[in-house]
Design a protein around this ligand. Structure first.
Ligand SMILES: [Cu+2]
Length: 114
């Protein structure tokens, strides 16, 4: 009898503690994944290869573009009017957003990566 009570008590403690540990771990992980996912989706990383302010074009060696399902490559984008490409030069590391604007792959946001 004594053994059965002890086993039951240990089982109760284990049941009581496990959800608390699991919940804390899950919560922490979910928060971190959420933050990483947000920044990954909004900006892509790349290195400027060529800037053409007159033609409103920029050539970027970019990493994967999740929103366009594009693998890493070097390519030329159109540049939206509001994006100041004269502030970057070849060799600069940048973070940017590229989107399909009327069928043309266009940089809609651009900032120098620190
Ligand atoms: Cu590309």
């Amino acid at each position: 009898m004594k053994t059965a009570i002890t086993v039951a008590a240990i089982a109760l403690i284990a049941v009581a503690q496990t959800p608390a540990i699991a919940d804390t771990g899950h919560h922490h992980g979910a928060t971190m994944q959420h933050d990483a996912g947000q920044s990954m989706a909004s900006m892509s990383a790349g290195t400027v290869k060529k800037v053409d302010p007159a033609g409103r074009k920029i050539t970027i060696a970019h990493g994967p573009l999740a929103n366009l399902k594009m693998p890493p490559m070097t390519m030329t984008f159109d540049v939206q009017d509001k994006v100041a490409i004269d502030r970057v030069k070849p060799g600069d590391k940048v973070r940017f957003v590229a989107d399909d604007v009327a069928g043309a792959l266009t940089v809609t946001q651009l900032e120098t990566a620190k």
